[in-house]
Ligand binder design. Structure first.
Ligand SMILES: Cc1cc2nc3c(=O)[nH]c(=O)nc-3n(C[C@H](O)[C@H](O)[C@H](O)COP(=O)(O)O)c2cc1C
Length: 235
């Protein structure tokens, strides 16, 4: 069964949220194609991933020292109830990610970067050595498709004055690339000027916002229909 993990991380849980609208469109379109059996949803705001702590770090360092590379082996290295709790918070998220073919991530730009709720998921799921195949050290995420759907109040595209201030999509591209996700499996869709409708001084940008959202909706639909190769890389 094809599997989709749908993550939302906008603090705005209302229908206003652009990333939530777009990830929902992706999920709906994907389910029409593939059915609901392999669909998983995680709202990182309604059910926040707890921030990592001292015990997570201690267990992580021990795992690295012992050169462990399987979830089962990690469990044998646990030395305290605090480490047990941290692993119980971490392991299901790791297993969920590794069991997924496609991950769609709603990623609002907050203060030039990603939301803290998404970062908390990344920090926890990225437990040492979990993404490497034991023996070969090949990335277990190599064939995972990652679709990042972002929204931002401003515009950060190539040639804009804010281009160098985008620490959101370049960060996620670098992060997933470093984890071994193949470049051809990494997709970015972005709605810009997403607050132009709400802020009077941004009224001149409303048509830009509208066309950016319309383009994002059509890219999302294409990607969810698995016309990935036809779309090519969406920057
Ligand atoms: C806490 C916070 C910080 C934000 N920081 C930025 C920013 O640095 N640059 C920007 O262009 N927009 C910024 N915005 C606007 C959001 O990126 C924009 O509203 C986007 O639509 C949020 O995604 P959502 O609609 O899914 O909630 C910020 C919004 C919030 C709530």
């Amino acid at each position: 069964v094809p599997t989709l993990l749908h993550l939302d991380s906008s603090a705005n849980r209302s229908r206003e949220s652009v990333t939530r609208q777009l990830t929902a469109l992706f999920a709906e379109t994907w389910r029409t194609q593939h059915g609901s059996a392999g669909y998983r949803y995680r709202d990182l705001v309604a059910n926040p991933v707890p921030h990592i702590d001292t015990a997570y770090c201690a267990l992580g360092r021990r795992v690295e020292r012992h050169d462990v590379s399987s979830q089962a082996e990690v469990a044998t290295l646990i030395e305290s109830p605090a480490e047990q709790r941290e692993w119980a918070r971490t392991q299901p998220l790791v297993a969920e990610l590794l069991a997924t073919d496609t991950v769609v991530i709603g990623a609002p730009m907050y203060n030039l970067s990603i939301s803290a709720s998404l970062k908390a998921w990344i920090d926890r799921v990225n437990f040492p050595a979990m993404f490497k195949e034991p023996g070969t050290r090949r990335s277990l995420l190599h064939d995972t498709t990652i679709v990042v759907i972002s929204a931002r109040g401003g515009a950060y595209g190539a040639g804009t004055p804010n281009e160098a201030c985008d620490f959101q999509t370049p960060y996620l591209r670098a992060y997933f690339g470093k984890q071994g996700v193949a470049a051809e499996n990494l997709f970015f869709v972005c709605a810009e000027m997403a607050v132009a409708d709400l802020i009077p001084r941004l009224a001149p940008f409303r048509s830009l916002a509208k066309s950016s959202l319309a383009a994002a909706r059509s890219e999302v639909t294409s990607l969810a229909q698995c016309r990935l190769r036809d779309c090519g890389q969406i920057a």
